[in-house]
Ligand binder design. Structure first.
Ligand code: SF4
Length: 365
């Protein structure tokens, strides 16, 4: 162990000391996740790719509950590439941020067409694929291909900020934290170093109440010594998301079927939705919103609304309920019996609206 004690009583640890302690901790306490290779198994680049797409904006607990079903439906990269987009969107239900499902599908097709169904190992070709940014490329390189790369996400930045006592707030501190993480050597086990950092950030160096007493890096951690762990990394002022409003229409036929339409490309593109007025950053004008109703009928306004957060805005939708009276509808109208909603690719927002209208949305499968 090459570590020496500073006058401040913080151990100044060498990168190799940090890695040695981290890997010993990982071998004993690393998480058993379904997409990880077990001891003695070679990692599957497809499984790593799949899990990294799923984990981009979804928690590990949710991905764990959806991963096996998705993999069973698309067991290989080729099977995923050959599927229809609607099938992929349907299987993605419950994971949210459907843009990732479309990017994953496009990525699988590009790998099959341009790389003979082999996930590239170099950063350039990986970054050229749809949906793959610096973090995902780095994770795939390290975990699937054993390349000396340290993927840095919010968890790893938090650990680095605390370990090194970085007081500068995010996002300005991000480049410095990335450099600190990149200084960790990945000698023989780069994939395990990447996964160990992920696990340390998720299970020990948690945002609140970090478990410093069981942390392998405690002797070297400046924030622990200074008692500042819980308030690092410091955050810059939060960006406020604008509020958009609209009116959704829940139209039922006498036989109980409900009217849907498919969303155009873009946000939630290709998914099914209840028709609605445009979503605008202004007070809802009912008269103008009702002009977007799928047909003229006696619309009844529900007293409550639904709120849903997207990355760049918050949406508040009111709900109008009505019964179809045989009036002509737009050609893109899709009628679905309320007992067969699992046939549709329904985003969480639509499930919230259905619940508000007293319709049980399909359970996750
Ligand atoms: Fe995080 Fe505490 Fe470990 Fe420091 S000692 S890295 S604050 S868990």
């Amino acid at each position: 162990m090459s570590a020496k004690t500073e006058t401040s009583r913080v151990i100044e640890a060498s990168p190799s000391w940090l890695i040695e302690r981290l890997l010993a901790w990982y071998d004993a306490h690393g998480r058993d996740l379904p997409w990880r290779a077990r001891a003695g198994e070679a990692p599957s680049a497809y499984r790593v790719l799949l899990s990294e797409f799923m984990l981009q904006q979804t928690t590990v607990a949710t991905v764990k509950s959806r991963y096996a079903a998705f993999l069973a439906r698309f067991p290989t990269l080729e099977a995923l590439a050959a599927a229809d987009e609607s099938e992929v969107l349907h299987a993605w239900q419950g994971l949210g941020y459907y843009r990732r499902a479309r990017a994953l599908h496009a990525c699988a097709r590009a790998i099959v067409e341009q790389h003979g169904a082999r996930v590239p190992s170099d950063e350039g070709p990986l970054r050229a694929l749809p949906g793959i940014g610096p973090y995902t490329a780095s994770a795939i390189r390290a975990i699937a291909h054993g390349a000396p790369s340290v993927p840095v996400d919010g968890n790893v930045m938090r650990v680095m900020a605390r370990l090194h006592g970085v007081e500068k707030p995010l996002p300005g501190a991000a480049p410095e934290l990335e450099i600190l993480a990149a200084q960790l050597p990945c000698p023989e086990r780069p994939g395990h170093v990447a996964q160990a950092l992920m696990d340390l950030g998720a299970t020990v160096c948690r945002p609140r109440r970090p478990a410093c007493l069981v942390c392998p890096w405690r002797p070297a951690c400046r924030a622990h010594r200074a008692g500042t762990a819980e308030r690092l990394p410091r955050q810059g002022p939060e960006r406020e998301r604008p509020l958009r409003r609209g009116l959704a229409f829940l139209l039922r036929r006498p036989d109980g079927a409900i009217l849907f339409r498919r969303r155009p490309p873009g946000l939630l593109g290709g998914m099914h939705e209840l028709p609605s007025s445009p979503w605008r950053e202004e007070t809802l004008n009912l008269e103008r919103a009702l002009a977007h109703a799928p047909c003229a009928t006696g619309w009844r306004l529900h007293p409550e609304t639904v709120r849903h957060g997207f990355t760049h805005f918050v949406l508040e939708l009111a709900l109008a309920e009505g019964r179809a009276d045989g009036a002509a509808l737009a050609p893109d109208a899709v009628w679905c019996p309320s007992g067969e909603l699992d046939r549709l690719a329904l985003p969480t927002l639509m499930k919230k609206l259905l619940r508000l209208g007293g319709v049980a949305p399909p359970a996750r499968r």
